[in-house]
Design a protein around this ligand. Structure first.
Ligand code: AMP
Length: 537
């Protein structure tokens, strides 16, 4: 074999060293619980991350030990993102929006040895503490209040470090972190990321045609650091050396817009619900904030086309991406390919509303009963993916092997079409598909269209059992404040846009659509609410 290149391991210590040496003056800002802004530099971040790594080692953390975090998006959480893995530990981010019983289950399943918790979340810790068995609890004093007796203050813990931390030599396949899926059914499933997978994911995410992140950007990850590692942004941001402005626990529209303005944010990321709220605030007071032209990545659930269009009027560019806990999470990003620039504007908006083309190193295929579906933008199949940042198993869960195909692809559970240009469009989750008289109806398409109606704030479409057609669509509609629309109007609005049999047989006006802890429509609950729906014959 020809001698080729060096095989230096792809590990996180490289990113931390790079950050400390090359970008010591880059800033990290955090909105604290009292709304004040805490500021420090990468030099501080570097020193404190290494102090955490050393303190953990001194406290007896062994390679592979899991260290859990129950925290908002803050600079201290960022320190944990780096300090834990560079010392050989496994960063386990806990979703603080889950029910305490689920959080306790997840901690026990992961066998977490240490827990780092924000003081503003101590109530939640109180609710789980008798059901878990962690050795040491470290409290981040965000409010400045004294840390309760028996628990260790994060600042005291860092003070046990002397500053002579040495990176252990880690193989690139060493576990770096883990997340549990926020699935709507069954027990949460753990996914373990490696140093290698996260470094490759960071390189891929930063690309101009992906999240387009550079040193001169100012980045605000609104997506919580407990939702698939904030989509990898803490790693990508530190890798490129950009300023980072963290929202802390304040995720409401006004606080976010204030942060965008004061920190001159250029890149941000979050789920559609967050962006709906921000849009409403902007529409209410269009001249209140002076915001730079900003790219807003949206993922986790489908971004309605109407929202993408509305943001354009504020010079804010929504970039639609698709991903999953099982894929670190980024899989596809929707940007206009150069050969399509100048095409019909409506077609381009439709493209931006689909989930996008696969990132480099990610392969996609849509599988149905005939095998791989053609890339014709019409034939549906279950999206399967393969790549170096796609999970190959769940943590301690052999029973889920059928989520991987015999030839090693991961079955996403998303039903898609793929266009001849390679744009993936999600039409549904497999379990949300509506089958009416033997034909499939896409609930996502209907929702997207309905959310384009001027009176509709949100729409969720579900399948309800029907005596004649097996299933028919029912649309649950939330109207905008002060707006009105009748069922007949909504029906007439859809008529020219979709096949007749797609038009929901029922429209129900509701106050809100139930959601999961990560902002997805909780269709299971909606289906349950409407399971005894009486169809008019
Ligand atoms: P999670 O693992 O919590 O990130 O959930 C992953 C699932 O969220 C995917 O399998 C999709 O069903 C859904 N999802 C993520 N991004 C999008 C998107 N851009 N459009 C539609 N659904 C999405």
């Amino acid at each position: 074999m020809l001698s080729t290149m060096m095989r230096t391991p792809l590990t996180l210590s490289h990113l931390l060293e790079r950050a400390g040496r090359l970008f010591p003056t880059s800033e990290i800002v955090t909105r604290m619980p009292d709304r004040s802004l805490h500021r420090y530099t990468y030099a501080d971040f570097y020193r404190r991350s290494r102090a955490l790594a050393e303190a953990l080692q001194k406290a007896g953390m062994q390679p592979g030990d899991r260290v859990a975090t129950l925290s908002w998006n803050t600079s201290a959480h960022l320190e944990a993102y780096f300090g834990i893995p560079v010392a050989g530990g496994v960063l386990h981010t806990l979703n603080l929006r889950l029910h305490p019983t689920d959080i306790a289950y997840i901690i026990n399943h992961a066998e977490d040895r240490f827990l780092i918790v924000d003081d503003v979340l101590l109530k939640l810790y109180e609710a789980i503490k008798d059901h878990i068995n962690v050795e040491k609890v470290i409290v981040v004093p965000l409010t400045g209040q004294p840390v309760p007796a028996g628990l260790t203050s994060y600042e005291d813990f860092l003070a046990t470090a002397t500053g002579d931390f040495r990176y252990p030599e880690l193989a690139e396949d060493t576990a770096l972190g883990m997340c549990y899926t926020s699935g709507t059914t069954g027990k949460p499933k753990g996914v373990v990321y490696s140093h290698r997978s996260m470094i490759l994911h960071s390189l891929g995410s930063a690309l101009p045609d992906a999240l387009n992140l550079a040193q001169g950007d100012v980045l605000t990850p609104v997506v919580p650091m407990f939702h698939v590692m904030a989509w990898g942004l803490p790693f990508t941001g530190i890798m490129v050396g950009c300023k980072i402005a963290m929202p802390g626990p304040h995720l409401d529209a006004v606080n976010l817009l204030d942060l965008y303005e004061s920190e001159q944010v250029t890149k941000t990321a979050g789920v559609p619900t967050i962006w709906m709220g921000v849009l409403q605030a902007l529409q209410k007071e269009p001249t209140r904030w002076k915001i730079l032209p900003m790219e807003m990545v949206v993922g986790g659930a489908a971004a309605p086309e109407a929202m993408i269009r509305a943001y354009d009027t504020f010079n804010l560019k929504v970039v639609h991406a698709w991903g999953m806990t099982e894929m670190s999470p980024l899989g596809t990003v929707s940007r206009t390919k150069h050969n399509l620039v100048g095409s019909d504007p409506d077609m381009l908006y439709a493209l931006r509303a689909c989930q996008g083309i696969p990132m480099p190193l990610v392969e996609v295929r849509a599988m149905n009963e005939h095998g791989a579906a053609p890339w014709d933008g019409q034939t549906m199949g279950e999206l399967e993916v393969r790549g170096p940042w796609v999970a190959q198993s769940y943590f301690k869960l052999e029973s889920e092997r059928d989520k991987w195909s015999a030839d090693g692809w991961f079955r996403t559970g998303d039903v898609v079409t793929i266009s001849s240009e390679g744009y993936v469009k999600i039409t549904d989750r497999t379990k949300d598909l509506i089958k009416s008289g033997g034909e499939w109806i896409s609930s996502l398409d209907l929702e997207n269209l309905l959310m384009g109606h001027p009176a509709v704030r949100e729409a969720a479409v579900i399948a309800v059992t029907h005596p004649r057609w097996d299933e028919r669509p029912l649309a649950a509609i939330v109207l905008k404040e002060g707006a009105t629309a009748t069922v007949e109007e909504l029906r007439a609005y859809l008529e020219p846009k979709v096949a007749k049999f797609w038009i929901p047989d029922a429209f129900v006006f509701v106050d809100e659509i139930p959601r999961t802890s990560t902002g997805k429509f909780l269709k299971m609950q909606l289906r349950d609410t409407f399971k005894d729906w009486h169809w008019e014959s």
